[in-house]
Design a protein around this ligand. Structure first.
Ligand SMILES: Nc1ncnc2c1ncn2[C@@H]1O[C@H](COP(=O)(O)OP(=O)(O)OP(=O)(O)O)[C@@H](O)[C@H]1O
Length: 272
């Protein structure tokens, strides 16, 4: 059951300085387990915030809570000043899950036409839809594949079609769950360049990854482990504070510190 704090009325003007996402005491239970424990953080607007941590630490669960598809969420979780899951947020958030959600027997353009028609129905909007679809196909660099069947695309190209679907309607917040998993280094770099171009237009991006080198590409980081946030900082500030050369080394040092605080005696990895 959701137990969100009171939200601003729908007519309240947006505060540009307010965070895009605000969480306090956010807890999520899945099955018999508490998967997220009393999280408190803010995600600033117009930046790329990386949600990083090992497999199973709760990244997808947190993203599902933010987009409003996760049950058993308690505490405060607001997106663009409204409770997560609020119907008024539907067209303002784009969400790409780990599994590309495109129809294999439709072309790239047909897939986008279909989702655009759901988002902006009616004959009157046909021209606007067409222009929007052409733009997002170009954004993800698939113009030359617009008439290819999605089923015949590579995995990376299919992921980009999913991203294009999420870009329809120019959402203010884009939530991307491990968008670069399985991609080669060139495609990963291209996709990160695209994320930066999207952020420069003022869109807020929350991007999850378990690959620590991707941390260096983010404006801010939320480092997670076992359903808790170990750090909420910029990559630079984190490296400086932990006195390490890389975010990965900083993360490992934070893990060691957390283990020491808990009094656990787990084997240390390579934090020096
Ligand atoms: N339906 C479920 N019922 C119970 N526990 C679940 C369920 N789905 C996920 N979990 C548990 O919740 C925890 C967090 O899972 P989640 O998918 O959010 O992690 P993640 O960090 O996104 O992992 P990955 O990087 O592998 O996708 C895991 O320990 C997982 O086993």
């Amino acid at each position: 059951m959701m137990n969100y704090s009171a939200s601003a009325p729908e007519t309240a003007p947006p505060d540009p300085a307010a965070p895009a996402i605000h969480a306090d005491g956010l807890t999520v239970v899945r099955g018999p387990r508490t998967v997220l424990h009393q999280l408190a953080f803010d995600v600033p607007r117009g930046q790329i915030t990386g949600l990083l941590g090992p497999s199973g630490c709760g990244k997808s669960t947190l993203m599902r809570a933010i987009v409003g598809t996760q049950a058993k969420v308690t505490g405060t979780l607001e997106v663009l000043g409204r409770p997560a899951g609020d119907a008024a947020l539907r067209s303002r958030i784009g969400y790409v899950t780990q599994a590309p959600s495109v129809y294999a027997d439709l072309t790239v353009r047909q897939n986008l036409d279909y989702f655009a028609a759901i988002l902006t129905p009616g004959r009157a909007a046909a021209q606007r839809r067409h222009a929007n679809v052409t733009d997002v196909i170009a954004d993800v660099d698939l113009t030359s594949h617009a008439d290819a069947l999605a089923g015949n695309l590579s995995g990376g190209q299919r992921s980009r079609v999913s991203l294009a679907v999420a870009l329809l309607g120019s959402p203010e917040v884009l939530v991307l769950d491990e968008p670069t998993v399985g991609l080669d280094p060139v495609l990963r770099r291209d996709l990160w360049n695209l994320f930066h171009a999207i952020a420069e237009r003022g869109t807020t991006l929350l991007v999850s990854s378990h690959v620590m080198d991707e941390a260096e590409r983010c404006h801010r980081l939320l480092l997670m482990r076992e359903g808790e946030i170990l750090a909420d900082d910029t990559p630079d500030a984190l490296r400086t504070r932990m006195n390490t050369d890389t975010v990965e080394a900083a993360f490992l040092r934070l893990v060691d510190e957390a283990n020491a605080r808990r009094g656990t005696d787990q084997p240390k990895e390579s934090a020096r």
